[in-house]
Design a protein around this ligand. Structure first.
Ligand SMILES: Nc1ncnc2c1ncn2[C@@H]1O[C@H](COP(=O)(O)OP(=O)(O)OP(=O)(O)O)[C@@H](O)[C@H]1O
Ligand SMILES: [Mg+2]
Length: 313
């Protein structure tokens, strides 16, 4: 039966490599037209999950339906309708920009006229007009990444899989890349993206956190923040952040302070616990006790990074 609301439905999706379970019975749904973020530490099983959705790996157990196609049975039906940017962008470095686009366009079966038109659009979209004959290896990282994206959408896929597309590109290029993604989403494309960057996760409509092959949280950033975080986050700007973290953790371990988590964010310290508003003085006293000036303290909304740290525990 058709489903015009869901782009992906995974049920008890599992992949074992020998005795090792890389993806362990995960369930999730991706709605059409949304940006779905898939987050997890190295080796969590993100790429393996993507490869099953693409029909490149057969699940050991469970099922995944992509655009109403049971992928394991009919991988050939799904390929023309999806785009994929792999973790190491699959561009040919020795080819020029134009040659790479032609190569991908032909691989997707685009005829000459259509191919020409799509390549022009791709060049415009990525601001690579005038650089058609540059060798791909001579492009800066951000350009190469945008070229890889435009190659992945030459055939106008309904659904796009991006595996850590912004790893190792500078913040300005990451920004430009996300602007480009939102343009595609505005045109109705669904995006499944893995990332390590929490600021990018905040830009997703919905998220799933995966750890050691298991799904540990999913929902909108707001839902995840409220379901996972027990307690509030107190943000402190102490004189000596590393020393402050050390002291607060020691106080927690010694049972003097009841805290869920203490983590450092640059020059700030985040302390997670219940009733933080009225416990500021207690925490300030602990810092003074070890000779650290506590500095300003504010109860803040948890960031996804706070949530992620809480999840990983
Ligand atoms: N073909 C394979 N054979 C055996 N083990 C594999 C295979 N592919 C992946 N694995 C293992 O499965 C686990 C999950 O790998 P996967 O590449 O899916 O993780 P990931 O979340 O994409 O990590 P990263 O963030 O580093 O890309 C890892 O421990 C990896 O070593
Ligand atoms: Mg990976």
């Amino acid at each position: 039966m058709g489903n015009d609301r869901l782009a992906i439905v995974a049920r008890s999706l599992t992949k074992q490599f020998g005795d090792f379970t890389a993806v362990d019975g995960i369930d999730f749904e991706v709605h059409r037209g949304e940006v779905f973020g898939f987050l997890g530490p190295n080796g969590a099983g993100k790429t393996t999950t993507i490869r099953m959705m693409l029909g490149l790996l057969k699940p050991t157990a469970g099922t995944v339906t992509v655009l109403d196609v049971a992928v394991a049975e009919h991988p050939e039906r799904i390929r023309p309708r999806i785009g994929y940017m792999s973790q190491r962008f699959s561009l040919y470095n020795d080819l020029t920009v134009l040659q790479n686009l032609r190569f991908y366009g032909r691989a997707y079966g685009l005829g000459n006229d259509r191919l020409k038109e799509r390549i022009q659009e791709a060049l415009r979209m990525t601001d690579l007009e005038g650089h058609e004959h540059t060798h791909t290896k001579d492009l800066a990282g951000g350009w190469r990444q945008r070229l890889a994206l435009s190659a992945a959408i030459l055939h106008r896929p309904e659904l796009l899989f991006l595996d850590e597309p912004t790893a190792s590109v500078d913040p300005v290029s990451r920004r430009a890349f996300w602007d480009l993604l939102y343009k595609l989403v505005a045109e109705g494309v669904t995006v499944f993206v893995t990332t390590h960057y929490m600021d990018e996760a905040e830009h997703c409509h919905r998220l799933a956190f995966i750890q050691r092959g298991r799904l540990i949280a999913s929902g909108s950033p707001e839902e995840i923040k409220h379901s996972v975080m027990r307690g509030q986050v107190l943000e402190i700007a102490p004189a000596d952040p590393p020393r402050a973290v050390q002291a607060l953790r020691a106080a927690r371990d010694a049972g003097r302070l009841e805290l869920e988590e203490v983590a450092m964010y640059g020059s700030l310290v985040h302390v997670v616990g219940t009733g933080m508003e009225r416990r500021k003085e207690e925490i300030a006293a602990e810092l003074r006790r070890v000779g650290v000036a506590p500095g300003p303290m504010t109860v803040i909304e948890p960031s996804l990074e706070d949530v992620f740290i809480a999840c990983m525990r």
